[in-house]
Design a protein around this ligand. Sequence first.
Ligand SMILES: [Zn+2]
Ligand SMILES: [Zn+2]
Ligand SMILES: [Zn+2]
Length: 757
Amino acid sequence: MHGLSVRVRGIVQGVGFRPFVYQLAERYKLVGWVRNTNRQVEIEVDGGEEALADFLRDLREAAPPLARIDMIEADERPPLGFSSFEIVESQFDVGWQSIPPDTATCDTCLEETLDPGERRYAYPFTNCTHCGPRFTIIEGLPYDRSRTTMRCFAMCEECRKEYEDPRDRRFHAQPVACPACGPKLWLQRSDGEPVEGDPIDLCAGMLEGGNIVAVKGLGGYQLACDAANPEAVARLRARKRRYGKPFALMVPDVEWARRLCRVGGAEVEALQSRERPIVLMRCRPDVDIAPQVAPGLDTLGLMLPYTPLHHLLMRRFAGPLVMTSGNLSEEPIAIGNREALERLSEIADAFLFHDRDIHARYDDSVVRVLGDSVVPIRRARSYAPAPLDLPFSATHDILAVGAHQKSAFCLVKESKAFISQHIGDLENLETLEHFQSSLQLFERLFKVEPTVIAYDMHPDYLSTHFAHEYPVPSALRVAVQHHHAHVVSAMVEHGVREPVIGVAYDGTGYGTDEAIWGGEILVADWKSFKRVGHLRYAPMIGGEAAIRKPYRMAAGYIWSLCAACEVDFGTFLGLVPIGERILLRRQLDSELNTPLTSSCGRLFDAAAALLGIRTEALYEGQPAVELEAVADPDVDDIYPYDILRDGEGWVIDPAATLRALWCEVRARRPTPTIAAAFHNTVADSTRALCLKVRERHGLERVVLSGGCFQNALLTRRLLDGLTKEGFEVLTHRLVPPNDGGISLGQAVVAYALTPGS
Ligand SMILES: [Zn+2]
Ligand SMILES: [Zn+2]
Ligand SMILES: [Zn+2]
């Protein structure tokens, strides 16, 4: 007889780890006990030497599907003389508990739900320790049914039996439920009472009839309608006041995804992963989808069903459904039943309600395959709040509040970074409240008490004000430059501390010279950066208005950068109404509300305007997204550009590029060819500048970050170009390249600058 004391850390709670240990102990005839504490699972076992070795091996290799093991420590000790193996009471004091985020329905639960012989047949809330809701229903930790929104459902005898049996896959599955004791579903018209009948059947019927139904999902309400019905989709757009941005679709299965899109191996994997995100993919031509779903784009965002409710609905409807967040444009997603009725009854014709409350708002996550990796574009349901492992352990708790768009905060405790779910653009009261309540919940759940606050240098962001007013007067407050934060967010994902060449291409970020940066090449480490290159400044005539009217950006480039060239832009400028043209010119000459920008996003806007692709943008980045959509990826042409010396660095001057582009437009070359050549030129000029930086600074590693790297064509071209030159190129895999990932970089910069860290 030998003895072992074992400690297991990672995501090992709320995943069926203790019953797994129990069953292993039974198999190897071991005696002792297992218990949860806040930081780890603790195990004491006595048994034969070989049996203990097998036990340890299986502990690591056969762990339950949702477990993530970071560390197993085992110490030998003399046997303690146990008589049986038991799961003993949990011990929780301070600290946080690592449990997984919400997870898509597992195969076993799905089979049960679809099997008429099972007691959970057609039950939309079937779940087990391997799947189902978690942080959307958790009100407090330690994780226990009494601290979730399941507390008001008393388990029936059969559910309790499963819940208490360590051999059952529902042992301590906190949201366990069945038709006899669990949450119920019903359909209700916006103007009336619940409708009699099978709610899934009624809902599918309404959708077939062209109606819009608000479906209560996992992290909030979704608005659903028949994706093949142009009239229904158009009505949803008008009612939701969402005019440009594409809608995501839910499809019944992978076959359906293949019918609509070009689905590669990485995409299938992402679609079927247990996070079940929306996957952006290239659309096939002439599919039977209403054109209003993704106007002007060559991509569709598809996801597969991820709750039993979705599975049942998709089986019954048997076609693609628009599934978009239940909100008015720019507001947070609705979660409460009464809230949904108040906020969505002007949009939805009916509601598919249930009575399991959602405690925390989580939008659907979005990913895209860029280069060879699956990159998060929106990190929300099923990703947050799983912590990221940091390559250091912080002595102070840190809060980083993010920037302005695609807000998500980051809390650092020791070696973990808890990044919130996507919250939205911080520009209305509702979103700010969502930010604040999510932060309070995270601080409480993960026991974080920040004494270091990191924020964006922009003086006017709501997040900056929030950081200044954060109610810990003694906190150290650290302003972080926007693009430095972008670059560091990508560095830390790869555990890189040493200086890199950071390419940060995005729409808008406050520069240290108060100009609007966004086409930046930095030499950066965690503490500091040096701006070694950028796109040449161009005027944004009318400031923000130039974002909404891309032709203003084009006019700004023409008048300032291309003024001396002999190419005639007259026919382009002739498209700008004469009154506005005179006004713009005057505004430029007087420098009135005409900030300078080096933004790569704005350069894309100008190119899209010159190509006649888009003169008015309904959302930021729309011209660039449409420019990418039309580009022919088989074109290798590159337009001219100049790289100018600028003090100790360089400036990419795109004047020659825009001239060449305009000449091609006038020569009536096909738009897809010109759009592609423009992408190639941006990538090639960046490659050329990186070469100069390497020569001067001896750096071999390039990091790509910023919203422009959501553009698959630009990313691939630049990756290829840099790799051919022998650079090591690091891109995002864990957090979005857009501002949704920036809080991670802010937190790490603040860590590096904190005395004594
Ligand atoms: Zn399950
Ligand atoms: Zn039950
Ligand atoms: Zn940015």
